[in-house]
Design a protein. Structure first.
Length: 736
């Protein structure tokens, strides 16, 4: 990272833009997703030996946008019609309908013309009648459109600011320098989940008679500071530094409800959060010997690192599920509050249940490392380097890794290079300790409360999920660089292979195994059901060393420069990446998982597709930059290869075709102090392929990836964004 060291120069950049696209505003067209960024930089000289302190600050704001066209599924049933009539009665409390008030349900159902006036049907009879869909009639009666029940599919809203300082102060004429750099940032975000519809048990209609769109409000803060001193001791370059950083992420869930708490529920919740801190102390020593071989560089050093990860609980109502009597459920034998049809009402703040005291933790670890690096020009044409690193983790033991690399100059314009190395990655504290419950929606939009459990938990032990261990890797790369001076062309080609053993992935969802009557099949599954109930979840997932993988790839870069006239220069860069990652060998499942037939849940088919096919395996980028007089024109075309929908259902593994996205920027230097730039990202308003309505030729209309209109573009394949054309303008000031 190269930090800004300018002094006596004020730089201000203001950029604003928005999406001007055919699919803006839920595909009605127009403008949305406006963004603004303002940044400033200024530096002051310090002392007489070239010292400085440089400051940068910036602020940005980004509007949300949505690309959902219209909700296509059901919204209201006949019970919602009864509610509408009851709600129009100024002398009646709507929440009474939820308390087995069958008499009033009969009365208002008669008022609505659903049953004969004066009927006295039983609750079970009413449940059968009132569960029928009545969406079209209710939309008309309430003056609503289907689009009123859209979720936000696209981009979250963000507001943030950052401040950074870079400091250097030479202490003497012998290259001794005191340095520091530090930053602080704050960002608030607002995103939304799935719309909670009136005909769902998740929606407490006395509070939200037309349902609601729950929102996640995030508050993220980052702080970091590095302080160091570097210089020479004898002929050795020495650099000693310490870096500390902390990130905190807090959740406030708004426009939501704990449905199981019914009338007593708030609509905004403190859901808790987590933070991670790291302190690293480094010592680096190096020296270059001109007289050994054709040059020898020796470097060695040491590092000591401390890490800490914390989860903090939210308020009780944000995570708890309650009985009808308002008691917190802690046992599988306790029954949650239910709706009129007897469906259990979920607990916690909907869209993101808060962290409970059982989720709370503070976990730390330390590591100490040492390295040595030797790089020698054995001759004027052959370079050889060797590096090795030893590291000892307080929780994962010791490892030694190495890298061997070389470069051979075939001619002054052609170089061949290659490297082999091994690697070691201990699971992060987050992967080891994160535990929480979230609402996950399947391919058809059906909700499920899924708890993420740590691998040393009782739930993991019952299912046979092994504790996490380190990933190890080996890799090799080989390539060449070439120049053709007569044609002003340079070329680099590199191929690589990376093999990772015991790769950490996120498992599928494990539920207690039950018999035909819904009873857990044995004591272990009964205990698992109880653990899930305590976590307000009905399934469990884990981080696990489930698979081994191999990645192969080829990277190519071609650069051409030419002077078209005396004052017109053109630079063209063509870069291409061809890559393939795949699972190799068997799934690393325990005997317990194999005997229970749960291997396919441990690493499901959708995870394989996501790993191997859900991101482009081919990406080609052609950039052209034309400079003439005070003008600069930049044109870029990016080819994104095809991707596949990551899902367990093979029929739904839709392939999305390759696309080319074009960016264009035009800049004009109005004066020495002012540059004006306008541009377009995705100039031609290109979108990925839409999700197909019907993927099953045997049962037409039964198999699709659209989730009743929620997702016209895939949420399980990452090709490129769905923002469409983005137009922007930038003013850049430089005042010396």
């Amino acid at each position: 990272i190269v930090l800004n060291d300018n002094v006596n120069q004020l730089t201000i950049n203001t950029t604003t833009g928005a999406n001007f696209t055919k699919n803006a505003n839920d595909q009605t067209g127009g403008v949305d997703g406006a963004t603004t960024n303002i940044s400033a930089n200024y530096g002051l000289p310090l002392g007489e030996k070239g010292g400085f302190i440089n400051f940068t600050g910036d602020f940005d704001y980004r509007d949300d946008y949505s690309r959902m066209k219209e909700w296509e599924g059901s919204v209201f049933n006949l019970y919602n019609t009864v509610e509408r009539f009851a709600n129009q009665d100024p002398n009646f409390q709507l929440s009474n309908l939820l308390d087995d008030d069958v008499t009033d349900v009969n009365f208002y159902a008669g008022q609505a013309g659903i049953i004969p006036t004066g009927s006295s049907l039983s609750k079970s009879e009413l449940q059968t009648i009132l569960s029928a869909d009545n969406t079209a009639a209710e939309l008309a009666a309430r003056g609503l459109e289907r689009s009123d029940f859209n979720m936000r599919v696209g981009q979250s809203a963000i507001r943030g600011g950052r401040f950074f300082a870079n400091f250097s102060l030479p202490l003497d004429d012998n290259e001794t320098e005191l340095y520091s750099f530090a930053g602080i940032s704050s960002r608030t975000g607002n995103s939304a989940g799935f719309y909670r519809l009136p005909n769902q048990s998740r929606t407490y209609t006395p509070a939200y008679i037309n349902g609601f769109l729950p929102e996640i409000n995030s508050n993220i803060k980052d702080k970091s500071i590095s302080v160091g001193i570097k210089g020479k001791i004898s002929d050795w370059n020495v650099d000693f530094s310490n870096t500390y950083g902390i990130n905190a992420f807090l959740y406030t869930i708004g426009n939501t409800f704990n449905a199981s708490l019914q009338n007593a529920s708030p609509t905004t919740f403190d859901a808790g959060g987590f933070n991670f801190s790291q302190n690293t102390t480094n010592l680096d020593v190096s020296k270059f010997y001109e007289s050994i071989f054709s040059g020898l560089n020796i470097a060695f050093g040491a590092e000591y690192r401390l890490e800490n990860y914390e989860i903090n609980a939210g308020e009780e109502a944000s995570y708890a599920q309650y009985t009808n009597a308002g008691q917190v459920i802690t046992l599988a034998s306790q029954n949650p509050a239910t709706d009129f049809f007897g469906a259990a009402r979920p607990g916690g703040s909907q869209v993101f249940p808060g962290f409970s005291p059982k989720n709370e933790l503070s976990r730390g670890r330390s590591s100490i490392a040492g390295y040595a690096d030797f790089e020698a020009d054995l001759s004027e044409t052959f370079l050889l380097s060797f590096a090795t690193r030893f590291e000892d983790y307080s929780d994962f033991g010791s490892t030694i890794n190495f890298k061997l690399a070389s470069l051979y100059k075939v001619t002054p314009n052609i170089n061949i290079r290659g490297a082999v190395n091994t690697g070691f990655r201990a699971p992060s504290l987050h992967q080891l300790n994160f535990n929480s419950t979230s609402t996950i929606f399947d391919q058809q939009g059906n909700p499920q409360e899924v708890g993420t459990f740590a691998n040393d938990s009782r739930a993991a032990n019952l299912l046979g999920i092994p504790e996490l261990k380190q990933e190890t890797s080996k890799s090799i790369s080989v390539g060449f660089t070439a120049k053709i001076p007569s044609a002003n062309i340079s070329l680099t080609v590199d191929g690589y292979f990376v093999g990772i053993d015991d790769r950490v992935v996120y498992t599928g969802q494990f539920a207690p195994r039950r018999d035909s009557n819904g009873v857990p099949i044995d004591a272990a599954n009964a205990e698992l059901a109880n653990l899930l109930r305590q976590a307000n979840a009905n399934a469990a997932s884990f981080f696990a060393n489930a698979i081994d993988t191999e990645s192969k790839g080829l990277d190519i870069v071609v650069t051409h420069r030419t002077n078209l006239t005396n004052n017109m220069r053109l630079r063209s860069d063509l870069s291409a990446t061809f890559s393939k990652t795949k699972k190799v060998g068997d799934i690393n499942a325990s005997e317990i998982l194999e005997n229970a037939g749960l291997v396919e849940t441990y690493f499901p088919e959708e995870s394989r597709v996501y790993l191997e096919e859900a991101v482009p395996r081919t990406k080609i980028n052609l950039s052209n930059s034309l400079n003439f007089n005070k003008w600069n024109v930049f044109l870029r075309n990016v080819y994104f290869g095809e991707v596949t929908e990551a899902t367990n259902n093979i029929l739904l593994q839709q392939e999305f075709s390759s696309k080319i996205v074009t960016d264009l920027t035009i800049g004009y230097e109005a004066s020495e102090s002012l540059t004006i730039t306008i541009g377009a990202n995705n100039l031609f308003d290109i979108y990925p392929d839409r999700a197909k309505q019907d993927l099953d030729p045997i049962t037409p209309g039964d198999q699709n990836n659209r989730s009743d209109g929620r997702f016209d573009w895939s949420r399980r394949a990452q090709q490129f964004g769905i923002g469409g054309r983005f137009l922007f303008a930038r003013l850049s000031f430089k005042l010396k």
